[in-house]
Design a protein around this ligand. Sequence first.
Ligand code: SF4
Length: 197
Amino acid sequence: MQELKSVGYELPHSCHECPRGCGANRAAGECGLCGADGRLMVARAALHFWEEPPISGEDGSGTVFFAGCPLRCAYCQNADIALGEHARAITVERLAAIMGELEGAGALNINCVTPTHYGPQIRAAVALAREAGMELPVLWNTGGYETVEAVRANRGLVDAYLTDFKYADAALARRYSRAADYPEVALAALAAMVEET
Ligand code: SF4
């Protein structure tokens, strides 16, 4: 990779990056319902061999686990990460460098796990990493609770979506993720993901 430059991005003053639309002023450091504030919090970045076989292959997926989550399901299997208890704040430039390091370690792709609430920072990091020569495809590994606008904003930066479809039943979505609108929101997001990729 070439040398990384610094990059500009804007954090929202009234965040609507995910369908919660909680309006947190993250630019001023306010924390949203997802647990994210103005910082970019990463819990783990490493080669990962236990994704779906086409993603991990033999060499591993270059996986970055982001802290916080817009859904916070009652049955979360990554609760420590979703609650942000084991994470470190990094810069966008450092995230771009990590992507290059994962490529250097032989990763088959860059796998952004639970990226939704860090959309502005991740998009900036991918653009920066690519400018510096990173050539891997980028995956958006999401719980499916995404806005169509965010999927459109990923155009040209995200190459594939690894998307859960957790609920077709609004009552279950309300009960386990406090997101009664999940079925309609996730279906619209999935349609946009198909169109974009
Ligand atoms: S991403 Fe977080 S801060 Fe932004 S709308 Fe969703 S829950 Fe609120």
